[in-house]
Design a protein around this ligand. Structure first.
Ligand code: ADP
Length: 471
């Protein structure tokens, strides 16, 4: 089967969060099952593309409102990532360093989607399945079915995966002229709440809709930032498939980003070397249990609670806390200002640092995830694989992947995104840490859990097959 994934992010080319990790792993596992999966993303102007070897395989021109843009499709030759990567290069519009946060985001995403469809509709070898990821690609299923220009693509099944329903990419109708000609009787298929809503459009028009965990699918039918009714109405074509992790990239035995590699039999010494590096570099003490947080500093991740959690826990217990993240400026500022108060037990690194994140997964004792919303969550799965015990709020995919030690499981769970609930979990974690033999037993247990993509990659393939049979 020829599968084309359409996404804005893809690890290791351009990563902001979990979307990149999924799109950078799922096709590799689909290929290992005998298929031909590729990814198409924008050409981002960054270190990766600067060093990569690319060949131009197609040139074209696309209309965006009154503007004509030349574009080209480039294919990645080197390095080989285990799947084919195509990039849409639109000079001055797409080739930027930052993935998100540009004032002309609407134009960028629509131009990207149109270029993808222009190109594949002219290709001899058109894909059997087009798999779109998040709202940036949500107009594709509509355009493939209803735009006059893309009739060649009408019968290709489309899958739309919601990685995060908080972001929907809404635009007003004065931008409608950016879209290609279509039958105006179909305009309702673009609409949600009197605006063009690309996330809703993806849900309405894709042949199947998936979310990144079964529990998140259930939650979206109750709370989906305004789309809950739509998700209930469309529930028959919706399914939750749990994300996996790329166990080749995320392997403590071979991960080149670690200070010291380790496996089950060398877990204690390996993890100690990574913890030591963290403690030396962030002025912490190696004897105390190290609690870490990695992620976007936004309310969705419960990051607004962190300052209070840190102040409360460090006032009442003898632990270390290390934070890695960036996002909301007020949260960043609050986290920075706490440093002075707890100089030898707390550190925060504001920014995005892939290597540091790997070292934290391999050196921290506990990983905090007090998320309000967590569609799947990959951090807890990386933590498990590296032997760090996750402390999570029971929400979204966290509920699907972490079982509390009190229920015979291997993590620490709480129900509320509240400071006292997280602090109580921290106290439970300290009690666990104090019993070193139980703690080490648990570390060995979690490192053996299989969260690789094998099972989920097959679930997606089964879904594609069910659609191909409908054609
Ligand atoms: P998100 O909602 O941000 O996509 P996920 O849990 O799905 O959350 O994925 C987050 C991914 O981004 C993980 O690979 C995590 O390690 C990484 N990550 C998040 N913030 C940072 C950061 N500041 N530095 C390095 N890696 C980060």
């Amino acid at each position: 089967m020829n599968i084309l994934h359409v996404s804005i992010e893809c690890y290791p080319i351009a990563k902001v969060g979990g979307l990149a990790d999924v799109v950078g792993a799922l096709p590799k596992y689909q290929n290992s099952l005998g298929h031909n999966a590729g990814v198409i993303i924008p050409f981002h102007d960054n270190k990766f593309t600067e060093e990569a070897e690319l060949i131009k395989i197609h040139k074209g021109t696309l209309q965006l409102g009154e503007d004509l843009h030349s574009y080209s499709i480039k294919k990645l030759v080197n390095p080989d990532l285990g799947f084919i990567v195509y990039m849409v290069h639109i000079p001055r519009l797409l080739d930027r360093t930052m993935v998100y946060g540009h004032p002309d985001e609407i134009e960028r995403f629509i131009a990207f989607q149109k270029a993808v469809l222009d190109w594949i509709s002219l290709e001899k070898n058109i894909p059997d399945i087009v798999h779109c990821h998040d709202h940036h690609t949500g107009l594709i299923p509509f355009m493939m079915t209803h735009a006059d220009q893309y009739t060649a693509l009408r019968n290709i099944p489309t899958i739309f995966t919601i990685h995060n329903a908080q972001y929907q990419g809404q635009l007003s109708y004065d931008k409608l002229y950016y879209l290609p000609q279509f039958d105006h009787k179909k305009i309702g298929l673009l609409d949600w709440d009197h605006r063009i809503n690309p996330l809703a459009t993806g849900v309405k028009n894709a042949w199947k809709v998936t979310t990144v965990s079964p529990n998140y699918m259930k939650e979206l039918q109750e709370r989906a930032n305004g789309l809950e009714r739509l998700l209930r109405d469309e529930s028959k074509k919706c399914v939750g498939i749990l994300n996996g992790i790329d166990t080749e990239t995320w392997n403590p035995e071979t991960d080149p980003m670690l200070i010291k590699n380790y496996k089950l039999s060398t877990l204690v010494s390996g993890r100690k070397a990574n913890k030591k590096w963290l403690c030396d570099n962030f002025d912490l003490s190696i004897e105390k249990p190290l609690f870490a947080f990695i992620g976007r500093l936004v309310n969705e991740k419960g990051a607004d609670l962190l300052a209070e959690i840190i102040a409360e826990s460090l006032s009442n217990t003898d632990i270390n806390i290390l934070i890695l993240g960036s996002g909301n400026q007020q949260i960043e500022e609050k986290l920075r200002s706490l440093r002075e108060r707890f100089i030898d037990r707390y550190h925060v690194h504001i920014g995005y640092d892939e290597q540091l994140s790997h070292i934290i997964y391999s050196g921290a004792d506990f990983l905090l995830m007090p998320s309000r919303v967590e569609p799947c969550g990959l951090n807890q799965m990386y933590a498990l694989r590296y032997g760090t015990i996750p402390i999570v709020r029971r929400t979204g995919g966290l509920k699907d992947t972490v079982v509390d030690i009190g229920d015979g499981g291997f993590g620490i769970c709480h129900d509320q995104a509240l400071v006292w609930d997280v602090c109580y979990s921290i106290k439970r974690a300290i009690a666990l840490f104090d019993d070193q033999s139980a703690y080490k037993r648990l570390q060995r247990q979690i490192m053996k859990i299989d969260h690789s993509w094998h099972r989920s990659a097959q679930e997606y393939l089964d879904l594609y097959n069910s659609l191909i049979q409908l054609k």
